[in-house]
Write a new protein. Sequence first.
Length: 183
Amino acid sequence: MRTLFTKYRSVTKFILTFLVVYLALSMAYKFYLKPSDGSQYYPDYMTHLVAVQTQDILNTVGYNAEIVPHPDEPSMKLSVKGKYLARIVEGCNSISVIILFVSFVIAFSGKFKDTLIFVLAGSVLVYVVNLFRISVLAIGLYHYPWRSEILHQVVFPAIIYGMVFLLWMLWVNRFSKMKRSNG
């Protein structure tokens, strides 16, 4: 068994680092999500921010968008031109995807400065693409409501996870220590 760990040391290190970072960030995020009485942001700050920014994007491109707190669950209701389209829930705020992205990059770490810059720039990119993804999804749901399932469950997750995958490939092939040691 020890021989296997020695032989596959870099794989073991990657998996353990990924798991430790992922679990630590996920636990911190779950702690953050615990409801706090008196908060002006519903359902939580990041989800609220994503809803407001999505509304702003939609209004900027000529759709009359409105968000209101959902009365029965922790989400924001999104309407376009008076037509209720979707709920923006915690899972829409991209934080879980960013945690996954950051965990992978740190597990394949490079120089500290490169890692930090890539994590920050990549996280911002994931967040911004997610805002546009939600906005385009809302427009799609407004014009093509009969396509809601394929839009929400296939097309738009493929966009966000596809972009994260491309960022990971860029990181591994350009900046990580793995690239420098093998190249």
